[in-house]
Design a protein around this ligand. Structure first.
Ligand code: SAH
Ligand code: F3S
Length: 450
């Protein structure tokens, strides 16, 4: 049977899509290749959020086809995902060796198209059409890959985003918001738990908008909170997480869910983007600095130890030094556990790319560095505050770097390394944090688990 290698760029949604495609191909008899060079088929699952991510995948493809040619190997190669969706046929015009371009609503067609390409009945396939109900087709899991994936799984609950932030290409690559049904998602989660999964992360581009059109408010609860309730009721499931939410989705019902649902981990990745109200408006984010601060305050009231993570863009068009300082001051005020900082990257056909006053790269880089220094300083202090604390971790498996060490995650989503063994795999256990490394905590289980 033909073998396939899938390389993934970008976010957790992409990781999940790749896993589902791999699982669908395995079910059709394909095997998973260990390396690109040994594979009959190589698929690059792409990201379009920043130009750099697109360039990486394009360069990778050039290398792949160059190597295959020089070694006179027949290999089917394809792009799938966000860049495939936004560039379509243009990718084959630019790289004529590419055989397949598979859009974000067509992942479930991968096996059918690869069969045709391998059999030679078709030479090139580009499919970036929209497809009703495609949001419900990302449901197969591999789970037998690494040990880690059998403990914790991602479940895609919706596709697309209607927010149309002016910098963001995602609404174009992922389409309109489309949600799966609650029973369908719960059934998938139940199957996962029956296969040994103990932690589930619900995924979507804007999960807090889940099911808005399909499920009216129920006892003041939004559709997303209704989904959290339904997943929470699954016996044997220990932990629930979700990503990515939108700040406007943090109503009182969601804040209350953190206090009410013990399986919902006290960790939140809430994209901020900017601390300046003027910029938030230009970005079409739909909240103010004050509103954002209010959400953080309420979440910390509900769960004092909640881990709060964010995304920030520096150098959005028109960003002045004063705007940027607003972002710095907000970071000082909130004290994020960590923040992912992005230099603004103009994306095609987005309103921001056409705005005047694009910020020169040198300034974007300078602001990136200043913000990174602040964020890292706060993050390091937050890490150090863990020393001496006892925390509950879910053990995922051996550490990639050092097999004698095991790795687990705290409820607030920090990685903890400890001297463990196979018997710890999949266990919830308490460890005492002894020291910190860069973005890692080192724990000792012996102190508390005799
Ligand atoms: N809610 C989405 C956001 C997708 S993009 C999700 O997580 O799927 C992830 C992050 O990339 C955004 O939060 C934003 O900080 C950053 N980003 C998006 N578009 C960008 C652009 N044009 N330039 C720089 N960073 C960008
Ligand atoms: Fe992008 Fe804004 Fe949606 S960042 S994914 S348009 S919430």
């Amino acid at each position: 049977m033909p073998s396939v290698f899938i390389k993934t760029y970008g976010c957790q949604m992409n990781e999940r899509d790749s896993e589902a495609v791999a699982a669908q191909l395995v079910a059709k008899g394909y095997t998973l290749a260990k390396s690109e060079a040994s594979a009959d088929v190589v698929l690059l699952n792409t990201c379009s959020v920043r130009d750099l991510a697109e360039q990486k995948a394009i360069n990778k493809m050039k290398n792949l086809v160059g190597t295959a040619r020089s070694e006179k190997r027949d290999q089917i190669v394809g792009f799938m995902g966000c860049m495939a969706q936004s560039r379509g046929q243009e990718l084959i015009d630019k790289l004529p060796d590419v055989d397949l371009v598979l859009g974000t609503q067509k992942f479930h067609r991968a096996a059918e198209y690869l069969d045709e390409l391998l059999a030679g009945t078709r030479k090139k396939i580009v499919d970036t059409a929209t497809e009703a109900k495609s949001e419900a087709t990302i449901r197969e899991h591999l789970l037998n890959g690494s040990a880690k994936t059998s403990v914790s799984a991602f479940v895609s609950i919706m596709q697309g985003c209607n927010q149309h932030c002016t910098f963001c290409i995602v609404p174009a690559t992922r389409g309109e918001e489309r949600s799966r049904t609650i029973p369908d998602i719960v059934a998938e989660c139940r199957e996962l738990v029956a296969r040994g999964v103990r932690e589930i992360t619900l995924l979507g581009q804007i999960v807090t908008s889940f099911g808005k059109r399909d499920y009216p408010l129920l006892d003041g609860k939004s559709a997303f909170v209704q989904l959290l309730d339904a997943v929470h009721a699954i016996e044997g499931l220990e932990r629930i997480r979700f990503t990515s939410p939108h700040p406007k989705g943090y109503g009182d019902d969601l804040v209350a869910a953190y206090a009410r649902l013990p399986k919902l981990c006290e960790s939140a990745h809430i994209p901020l983007q900017s601390g300046s109200d003027r910029l938030l408006k230009l970005m079409h984010r739909g909240y103010t600095r004050e509103k954002f601060l209010g959400i953080i305050q309420k979440l910390r009231q509900a769960k004092p130890n909640i881990g709060i993570y964010t995304d920030i863009i520096v150098g959005f068009p028109g960003e002045t030094e004063e705007d940027f300082e607003q972002t710095l001051s907000l970071c000082r005020e909130v004290q994020f556990d960590n923040a992912y900082i992005f230099k603004y990257s103009p994306r095609r056909d987005t309103p921001a790319a056409m705005m005047p006053d694009q910020v020169p790269l040198a300034i974007r880089e300078e602001r990136n560095e200043r913000l990174l220094n602040l964020v890292n300083e706060i993050a390091a202090r937050k890490y150090d505050a863990f020393i001496g604390r006892q925390v509950e971790i879910l053990v995922e498996g051996p550490s990639k770097k050092n097999a004698a060490r095991y790795t687990g995650r705290t409820r607030c989503n920090r990685i903890v390394l400890f001297d463990g063994s196979a018997r710890h795999q999949g266990q919830l256990m308490d460890v005492k944090i002894e020291r910190t490394g860069s973005f890692t905590l080192y724990g000792d289980p012996a102190v508390v688990n005799l």
